[in-house]
Design a protein around this ligand. Structure first.
Ligand code: ADP
Ligand code: ADP
Length: 237
């Protein structure tokens, strides 16, 4: 069953230089992400990957086309309804985006407090999430005291705290060395297999896709030029 679909989705930005046409960041993209997939989106810098992420997360509207998340057409929602959709999507980032002035525990608690959880429920959930990512002993540490891999594990705990069905990983291992990258990818695999979270992995690194993804879409100049099972797409014709 598809959990995210894009049908003929485009996003154009007005060009910054007068006289030239719009910049078409995403150009007529159609794709379907199944519940439980680890779906890779790969392409060089400028291919349109980040724009695609912002469209799926409803951070900005598409210029054309239809996007559904959990069978809901998000191109026709109010801001209030959009907030609910965003609540069902966790995000992790290349630069981790942790709050530097908050402890690990407070970072993971943050989205739960925003969602209105009680203090006792937050306490229990943070303990559970830090246990899951193997950082129970770092609850009182600050981000600057952690390694890159540990910071990303905090990012994963925070992104999944409220129990979203979808995790968007935007270049989430691009700032990490190969060894740490594989540790984080192993953790994401567990998130997918043990918690049933659908994971969308945005990357420019083929190795990341081959390690973790089952399906892949290849982007070039805003378009998806190929998509399918990772094995089929990347094996020579
Ligand atoms: P990627 O994430 O694959 O590097 P992006 O989605 O960031 O690609 O960018 C795709 C294209 O859209 C690029 O040409 C970029 O310059 C352009 N673009 C992205 N965001 C904006 C924006 N807010 N305004 C104008 N152009 C943009
Ligand atoms: P903004 O400046 O966009 O209002 P926020 O204060 O809401 O940012 O959040 C700052 C950062 O905290 C975000 O970039 C994101 O990394 C993280 N964040 C906020 N809310 C959540 C959430 N519900 N799940 C995961 N990370 C979050």
């Amino acid at each position: 069953m598809p959990i995210v679909t894009l049908s003929n989705v485009s996003k154009a930005y007005p060009s910054r230089s007068p006289g030239s046409g719009d910049v078409v960041a995403v150009d007529d993209v159609t794709l379907s992400i199944e519940k439980g997939d680890v779906f890779g989106i790969i392409g060089y810098s400028g291919a349109g990957k980040s724009t695609l992420v912002r469209l799926i997360n409803a951070l900005e509207p598409a210029t054309a086309g239809t996007i559904t998340v959990d069978d809901v057409d998000i191109t026709a929602l109010t801001e209030r309804e959009l907030r609910k959709v965003r609540g069902g999507i966790g995000m992790i980032f290349q630069q981790f985006n942790l709050f530097a002035s908050k402890t690990v525990k407070a970072n993971v608690a943050y989205p739960l407090a925003l969602a209105g959880w009680s203090k006792a429920d937050i306490e229990a959930r943070v303990t559970e999430m830090l246990g899951f990512v193997g950082l129970a002993d770092k609850a009182r540490a600050y981000p600057e005291q952690l390694s890159g891999g540990q910071k990303q594990r905090v990012g994963i705990a925070r992104a999944l705290a409220t129990g979203p069905a979808i995790l968007l990983a935007d270049e989430a291992t691009s700032a990490l060395d190969p060894q740490t990258t594989h540790e984080v990818l192993d953790l994401l695999k567990r998130v997918n297999e043990e918690q049933g979270v659908t994971i969308i992995v945005i990357t420019h690194e083929m190795d990341v896709i081959q390690t973790i993804a089952t399906k892949v879409a290849v982007m070039e100049r805003g378009r998806v030029i190929e998509q399918g099972d990772v094995f089929d797409v990347f094996s020579a014709p």
